[in-house]
Ligand binder design. Structure first.
Ligand code: HEC
Length: 99
């Protein structure tokens, strides 16, 4: 029984990670497969960035209140369809990148 419970735990966490990774696939074109690029030569490198900070930034872009490098409008379009849970998942994934 114990073994089964542990196996289920692992399956569950892999699934969560996969969600964040899948969501990040559409970000990778600009930010790099591992978040290692300055998107469009402008953004900060986001790999390994603290998840809470990322969520805050994504909410700012969605609300249209964040524009750090003159390209907030580009990010507003990217995050328009993400709800809070999806933002948290992708932010958790970004926090694991480059480590
Ligand atoms: C079309 C290219 C493009 C795509 C796709 C894209 N981004 Fe960005 N991202 C940018 C640019 C440009 C900026 C800088 C915006 C600004 O001026 O504040 C940025 C900024 C950011 C920042 C803040 C970095 C900083 O400079 O502090 C985060 C976090 C971020 N993006 C996450 C994401 C996530 C998550 C996705 C996928 C859902 C994504 N981006 C998709 C181009 C892109």
């Amino acid at each position: 029984m114990k073994k089964i419970a542990i196996a289920m735990l692992f399956a569950g966490s892999t699934l969560l990670m996969a969600d964040g990774a899948a969501a990040f696939a559409k970000c990778a074109g600009c930010h790099g497969q591992n978040g290692e690029k300055a998107a469009l030569g402008k953004s900060a490198i986001i790999a390994g960035q603290d998840a809470a900070k990322t969520v805050e930034q994504l909410q700012g872009y969605k609300a249209g209140t964040l524009n750090q490098h003159g390209m907030g409008g580009v990010m507003k379009g990217q995050v328009a369809s993400l709800d809070d849970a999806a933002m948290k998942e992708v932010a958790d994934h970004i926090a694991t990148l480059g480590k």
